[in-house]
Ligand binder design. Sequence first.
Ligand code: SAM
Length: 280
Amino acid sequence: MKLKPLLNNASSKLQKLVGDRSLFEARLLLAKVLSVELVDLIREDQIEIAESDEKIFSELVERRLKKEPMAYLLGEKEFFGMRFKVSHSVLIPRPETEDLVHESLDWIKSKRVDSNSARILDLGTGSGCIAISLSKNLPEYFEIEALDRSSEALEVARINAKKLGGANVKFIHEDFNQFEPSQKYSLIVSNPPYISTEEFEDLDEGIRAFEPRLALESGKCGLDDLLLIVARYPQYLLRPGLLALETGSFGQREAIKSRLESQSTVRIWDLNCHLFMEFG
Ligand SMILES: C[S@@+](CC[C@H](N)C(=O)[O-])C[C@H]1O[C@@H](n2cnc3c(N)ncnc32)[C@H](O)[C@@H]1O
């Protein structure tokens, strides 16, 4: 079949799922099958598509119709201006997490963290998107450790570091409940699981059925991992040191703040869904 009718056919199937984005998504999927860039596809709408490619394309369209996220079908997701490989073992990087990276970088630059204290820990690194984005935007002397309990996730993160450049990121297969750092850090950053059991059941099917549950859910109130990190990790911060966390709701941020109220040496600020705690 020629490219144009093939795309139009797929687009009309996808219409009921994604509305106006249907042609765009169909193009992205076909570009992936043909291993070309989107712009090349737009120029070539009269070419004949091989039957074998047509078959692969229609399988991808069928998977999309079952609500599988585009990032898994394409095998990548853009984050902080880079294309990160993703698989079903990792959470798809979210745009809001870029704010966590931006604010952390701003803090590091404002404190003029020097080579003596240039150490960062990323708890629950998943695809490695936070650790690698920090690495790409900081001098090479920064040592970055990135932890995950999922060996499959770390495999993806290592591929991303190799592909995108993150030579100073060391990946560690460890549970952050048990990790015993041998040194202290200027910055500890995390986007941990923070969805409550009840919220998990209400999540969009595309997330619930396809993204790793262990990356999302954290106990009855979604607070188990956040509270553990706040209780356990300040002792591993240099002074000044920043604990930067992505959180779910306003209520979660208030619960964390109330745990730290008695500590006069902590400066706390919110930025959208993130909480920043500077220990002085
Ligand atoms: C919400 S995802 C975040 C992934 C990535 N940092 C991002 O922002 O896209 C949470 C990650 O933490 C990992 N994780 C969850 N609990 C953990 C634990 N106790 N110890 C280590 N890693 C954990 C999961 O495997 C998952 O990769």
